[in-house]
Design a protein around this ligand. Structure first.
Ligand code: UD1
Length: 425
């Protein structure tokens, strides 16, 4: 079992290049099943990306992954309309393939992705929208069988601006005779990336504010596309610099996707300079209070950055507080940060952090992806040795978190179970 070993308590200084966005890559790979031949650059080399490629292969799409570029080729129809249960369980986002498979085969069979460690994550909004578009849905145990004769035009009002539901509606209707209007749609930058990708194959989707309009087209063709940078990975490195103090530059980023989190880092005393594709941040030795951070759908503060900002706040001056509005079980990092000496009180979906000058190293367990990344940030800020176990969660979202933080001079290494052997990748 691999672990991360950190010798923390040092200032960070350096620069790194930020990977492509996982949350854009997964729905884009699902959309590739709708087109012919796609060349997709800047795909992050992650377990979830490879799981998505396995799903494409199981549907009969040929795929190749080399140096962060994916090539897909689908020969007209898909050879299967079913995602094997093992692949559904491997990655919750496999549900993103439902819309694409149903569009291509007029039938799709998946098993329920089920709950996950950050919350129940139902898919009722996806299914309700599909019904409005003419789909018949049968649920047998944890099996979902969707069929559709023709995709019907519809006006869909999402009860909550769900990222996945907005993307799945786009994937079902991009190739159709229908016109779909989504109200209260999610507006995360990754959704715009999916829209741009589909349009680059000949699709006709436009959006603005909380509305998305999809005018189905007869077919989608070939494309060559570059996936947007990962704003959450970028915020992870900035939180690390904020927690430890120092200075860093991020290259290959889109600062306009992170307006609110960058403002909060500035509120914490950091000086930030942005260019079109870079961010330079100079952080004081400890962050000042971040005030109250409330997670909300984009352009609100991202739930995926809640844990990592909380880790930085744990070493701040004064109090910061958090309110988690998106997922019901997203404080699983709290008990671990407390082991480092962090003072965090929680009540329901709210947490209050009383920053401490000194955190100390400990053995910690990652319990979910972003919570795991938060432990890396906290471990870097804590004096002495921190070991992080269960890092498979972290690897789902970061290509090589130790190398990225290593670029800032952090002492962090991947070690095998005996701690004896360092693993270099
Ligand atoms: C996506 C992101 C995830 C991010 C989240 C919110 C991907 C692969 N994952 O997840 O990293 O944290 O957006 O920004 O892009 N909900 C329902 N019914 C539904 C769908 C959602 O009740 O049918 C609820 C969820 O339980 C959750 C909330 O809506 O409480 C937000 O979920 P959603 O926006 O759909 O997130 P995901 O697409 O799963």
């Amino acid at each position: 079992m691999e672990k991360l070993k950190i010798n923390g308590g040092r200032k960070l200084r350096g620069e790194t290049r930020v990977q492509g966005a996982k949350n854009a890559c997964l729905p884009i790979l699902a959309a590739a099943a709708l087109g012919e031949s796609c060349i997709i650059h800047n795909c992050p080399d992650l377990t979830d990306t490879h799981a998505a490629l396995k799903i494409l292969e199981s549907l009969g799409v040929c795929t190749e992954f080399e140096n962060n570029t994916v090539r897909t080729h689908s020969c007209g129809s898909l050879s299967s309309c079913r995602i094997p249960d093992g692949l559904m369980k491997e990655m919750r986002s496999s549900v993103m393939f439902l819309g694409a498979i149903l569009s291509k085969c007029k039938r799709a069979e998946i098993t329920y992705p089920g709950g996950c460690s950050i919350g129940a994550r139902p898919i009722d909004l996806h299914l309700e929208a599909f019904r409005k578009m003419g789909a018949e849905i049968e649920e047998e145990g944890d099996k979902i069988i969707c069929t559709i004769d023709e995709i019907k035009s519809a006006k869909i009002n999402l009860g909550f601006p769900s990222v996945g539901a907005t993307e799945n509606i786009m994937l079902l209707s991009a190739v159709s005779n229908a016109e779909i209007e989504i109200d209260n749609a999610a507006a995360e930058p990754e959704i715009l990336d999916l829209q741009n990708f589909i349009n680059s194959m000949g699709g006709n989707i436009c959006s603005g504010g909380r509305k998305v309009f999809i005018k189905g087209v007869k077919e989608l063709g070939n494309t060559e596309y570059k996936i947007m940078p990962d704003r959450i990975a970028a915020l992870t490195y900035l939180s690390g610099i904020a927690a430890c103090g120092g200075m860093g530059k991020l290259n290959s980023v889109r600062p306009e996707h992170m307006v609110l989190p960058l403002k909060i880092l500035e509120r914490g005393g950091s000086e930030i300079e942005c260019g079109d594709d870079f961010i330079i941040m100079k952080a004081p030795s400890r962050p000042k209070s971040y005030g109250k951070i409330i997670t909300l759908p984009y352009p609100g503060f991202p739930t995926d950055a809640q844990a990592i900002f909380m880790a930085a706040a744990s070493r701040g001056r004064g109090k910061s507080s958090f309110k988690e509005n998106i997922f019901e079980n997203r404080f699983r990092h709290v008990s671990e940060i407390r082991k480092l000496g962090g003072r965090i009180e929680t009540e329901g979906n709210e947490a209050e952090i009383c920053g401490r000058r000194r955190l100390h190293g400990e053995v910690l367990t990652a319990k979910d992806l972003r919570g795991g990344a938060a432990l890396v940030v906290a471990g870097l800020a804590a004096k002495g040795e921190t070991i992080i176990e269960n890092i498979g969660y972290i690897d789902r979202g970061y290509e090589n978190i130790e190398r990225s933080f290593g670029d800032f001079g952090a002492e962090i290494a991947r070690v095998d179970e005996s701690y004896g052997r360092e693993i270099h990748s």
